[in-house]
Every structure is written in C-alpha cells, then in structure tokens.
Write a protein that binds this ligand. Structure first.
Ligand code: OAD
Length: 246
C-alpha cells in the first residue's frame, strides 16, 4: 500500500508529532462513532450528551447510553492504536490528545495521552461532589439505571458533556504539544467539535504540517499537507508491517 509508505516517510521527516484522535480510531474496535456512516447520531439525538438535559433528566442519558457502555469497556485496541503506540515507543510522539473516552490508547501502550473529553474511569456526585471509581457506578449504569450517591444525588461519569468545559490541564497540555510539534497527525475525527477541533491550528500557526487520516471531509482538509481518505486501521496495519511490527 503506497499510502502507508508515504505516511511513514512524512512521519520519519518529523521531529515531534502531535496526534489528535477521534471516534474513527475506535470504530474498528467495534465502538460506533458519532457522525460517520452508521454513527450514533443517526439513531440518537446529540441532546443525550447535553449537560442541561442530563441535570433535568439523568435517566434519559442512562437509558440510552448505559447499556452501550459495555461495548466500550470490552473493546480492544486495533492497528491504529498500535501504530500510535509504536510511534511513541520510537520517540516520535510528543503527545496523543484524544476525544475518546474508551482508554484504548493506554491499553495499546501509549503513556503520553490526554483525554480531552474525560473518561469513564471516574465519576462524581452532582449534589455533594463525592468521587467514585468505575466499579462504584457502572453496574447501575450498565442496567440503564441512574447511579446514585448515598446523599441521594445523581452520579455523573467524568466525561465532558456539551455545555461543559474541557478539563483545563488536558487542554493546556494539548495546546502546548500542538504548538511545539512540527507535525500534527489527525486520525478518525470529523473535527466538528470545538475546541478539540482547533488544536491542529496551533501546529499550523507555528509553521508545522498537518496530516489527516479520516473517512470523510474535515474543515481543515484544505490546509493539510496530505489527506488520506482511508480507513485508519488499513493504513496503520500496513504501516506496522513496514515497520516490522506485527
Ligand atoms: P465523529 O463521529 O464526529 O467523527 C468520526 C470521523 O471518523 C468521521 O468523519 C468518520 O467518517 C471517521 N471514521 C469512522 N471510522 C473510520 C475509520 N475506520 N477510518 C477512518 N475514519 C473513520 O467523532 P469525533 O470527531 O471524535 O463529544 O467527535 C468529536 C466529539 O463529538 C466526540 O468526542 C463527542 C461527539 O459529540 C461529546 O460527546 C462531548
């Protein structure tokens, strides 16, 4: 596959790579994306991820999303995650900033990861602020029921809903890495949700290159040094093979 060779050549020419990932890197692991073909928003309204709506009616979120969390928890990394992990091992990757909450980059072996939209690992009570671990709240959530704190308050996973700010430390780290990188590699994101979508602009503004691997258009395609409109797992599998990694 000529494209994988081309991708590796671009990566080899880079001093420091900032990787931005979205739901498209996890579809080959069986987790649906949001706006792609067959994505979640063809079946459910984005309102399910609105913090306003969650506060008014948390059962709306847990009924629709709760049972789906099992797919995320059981998922395994795919070649796209493994390629990024291999690039980190080879000292190429400065940071991976992901919009995903599935923890698959860490599962694949990446250490330098920031989760821009949070994760399912922890949760907190919206009334008293008490923290909970995954084990404390997921059983109820998986049954589509609202997990509750001993104070009676609603427990919300520490994932970012529409209307909530991004975790400031994660965003700060991502902006810093995107600004110093000479290559931003976007994988599997429609780049439709701000501020994550704007991160490649920090690399571009500092004279770096942008490479996008995504099925479908993004608003930054015209500014990309190279756009691969290909399945991430396909080009990644071939790149891993060329690197001698199985
Ligand atoms: P999207 O669903 O918006 O975009 C995923 C992109 O990946 C789409 O353009 C797909 O066509 C593409 N894609 C799917 N499978 C692919 C594959 N195997 N290879 C290459 N491309 C593939 O997901 P995100 O950009 O991550 O936020 O969405 C950003 C945020 O919107 C999410 O974090 C979530 C959502 O609403 C919140 O819920 C706050």
């Amino acid at each position: 596959m000529r494209e994988a060779e081309e991708l590796l050549k671009i990566l080899e020419g880079a001093r420091e790579v900032f990787v931005l990932t979205g739901a498209g890197v996890s579809t080959p692991s069986g987790i649906p994306d949001f706006r792609g073909k067959g994505g979640l928003y063809e079946r459910i309204s984005p309102e399910v991820f609105s913090i306003e709506r969650f506060k008014k009616d948390p059962s709306f979120f847990y009924r629709q999303i709760g049972p789906m969390l099992k797919i995320i928890l059981d998922a395994e990394p795919n070649p796209a995650h493994y390629l990024i992990a291999e690039l980190e091992r080879r000292g190429r990757v400065k940071l991976v900033a992901t919009q995903n909450i599935d923890g698959l980059h860490q599962k694949a072996g990446n250490r330098k990861v920031v989760e821009l939209h949070g994760s399912l690992e922890a949760a907190h009570c919206l009334s008293c602020g008490r923290s909970f671990s995954k084990e404390d709240y997921l059983q109820e959530a998986l049954r589509g029921r609202v997990p509750r704190c001993s104070c009676g308050g609603v427990i919300k996973p520490d994932v970012v809903f529409f209307g909530e700010p991004l975790p400031s430390r994660a965003l700060y780290e991502a902006i810093k890495a995107a600004s110093s990188a000479d290559l931003c590699l976007v994988m599997g994101s429609s780049l439709a949700v701000y501020p994550a979508s704007s991160l490649p602009e920090y690399t571009l503004a500092h004279g770096g290159k942008l490479v996008i691997i995504n099925l479908g258009e993004t608003y930054l395609d015209p500014l990309a040094h190279r756009k691969f409109d290909l399945p991430v797992e396909k080009i990644s599998r071939e790149a891993l093979r060329l690197l001698g990694v199985n």
